[in-house]
Write a protein that binds this ligand. Structure first.
Ligand code: PGA
Length: 252
C-alpha cells in the first residue's frame, strides 16, 4: 500500500549527544505535527541501538539504517546484517546511495543481494538510484536509471518489489542546493512507475513508493510532493535541522 514518506539520511554527521537531541526534538514535533506521512530517521549505525530504545514507546518516528551487508552472520569484520538490524526493531534500510556506489564501489549485483536480504527480514529497502550530471547532459539518463533498477531489483517477485521504496536522487542535486525541478523529478518518477507496471503489473506499480532526494527543502518540498508519482522525500542536509525537517514532513 502506498504511503507518504519523509526519511532523513543523517549520513556521517552529529556526535551522540547532538544526535539524541535532534531525535528527541523530532519526536516531539512529529507528535504535535499534523502530518500523515511516515517519518523515518536514518542515523549513523552506531546510534541505532540507543535510538531503538528511545523510539520504542512511540510510533510517530520510525527507524532506518543507512546501509547493511547481505549475509545473516559470519566473518565479515565491520559489517552489519539485516537480521541484526531487525533485532533492534529497524524498519527501513537505505541501500545503493550514490555515495556508497561511488566511494565504496557498490555494484548492481551487490545491491540486488542486499535488497533480497533485507526483505527476507521484513525490512523495507530504500533503494537509491540517479544519474551523474554528464549522464543527464548526454540525455541518456532514462536508460541509465532504468538499468540501475532493472539490474538490482527485477529478480524480485512482485510482492517483494512492492515493499521496496525507490528513491530517485539525481547526483547533481545531492548536497549541491540545485534541486531537480518538479517537472524533471516527476518525469523520472513517472517512467519508473510505468516500467514497474510493465514488468510487475498495474497493482504493484500503484502500490510501490517512489520518493525524491537531492536538495529537498521546506521551500521546494510542497511542489515536489504534489506531483502524481512522488510519494515523499529522502532528505540529507535539511534533515539535520529539526525545524526544516518538520516543515518538510508537513508539506503534503
Ligand atoms: P541532500 O542529500 O538532501 O543533502 O541533497 C540527499 C541524500 O543524499 O539522500
Amino acid at each position: 500500500m502506498r504511503k507518504k514518506i519523509v526519511a532523513g539520511n543523517w549520513k556521517m554527521n552529529l556526535n551522540y549527544e547532538e544526535a539524541k537531541l535532534l531525535l528527541n526534538t523530532l519526536i516531539n514535533s512529529a507528535k504535535s505535527g499534523n502530518t500523515n506521512a511516515e517519518i523515518i530517521v536514518c542515523p549513523p549505525a552506531i546510534y541505532l541501538a540507543a535510538f531503538s530504545d528511545i523510539l520504542k514507546s512511540q510510533s510517530a518516528v520510525k527507524l532506518g539504517a543507512q546501509n547493511c551487508f547481505h549475509q545473516d552472520s559470519g566473518a565479515y569484520t565491520g559489517e552489519i546484517s539485516p537480521s541484526q538490524l531487525k533485532s533492534l526493531g529497524v524498519n527501513y534500510c537505505i541501500i545503493g546511495h550514490s555515495e556508497r556506489r561511488e566511494q565504496f564501489n557498490e555494484s548492481y549485483d551487490l545491491l540486488a543481494k542486499k535488497a533480497k536480504a533485507l526483505l527476507k527480514h521484513q525490512i523495507q529497502p530504500i533503494f537509491c538510484c540517479g544519474e551523474q550530471l554528464e549522464v543527464r547532459s548526454n540525455n541518456v539518463y532514462k536508460e541509465f536509471i532504468m538499468k540501475q533498477i532493472e539490474d538490482s531489483l527485477f529478480t524480485l517477485k512482485a510482492e517483494e518489489i512492492a515493499q521496496v521504496i525507490i528513491a530517485y536522487e539525481p547526483i547533481w542535486a545531492i548536497g549541491t542546493g540545485k534541486t531537480a525541478t518538479a517537472v524533471q523529478a516527476q518525469e523520472v518518477h513517472g517512467l519508473i512507475r510505468a516500467r514497474i507496471a510493465k514488468q510487475f503489473g498495474d497493482k504493484t506499480a500503484a502500490d510501490i513508493n517512489l520518493i525524491y532526494g537531492g536538495s529537498c527543502k521546506s521551500d521546494n518540498a510542497k511542489e515536489l510532493f504534489s506531483q502524481t508519482d512522488i510519494d515523499g522525500g529522502l532528505i540529507g542536509g535539511a534533515s539535520l535541522d529539526a525545524a526544516e525537517f518538520s516543515h518538510i514532513s508537513n508539506s503534503f
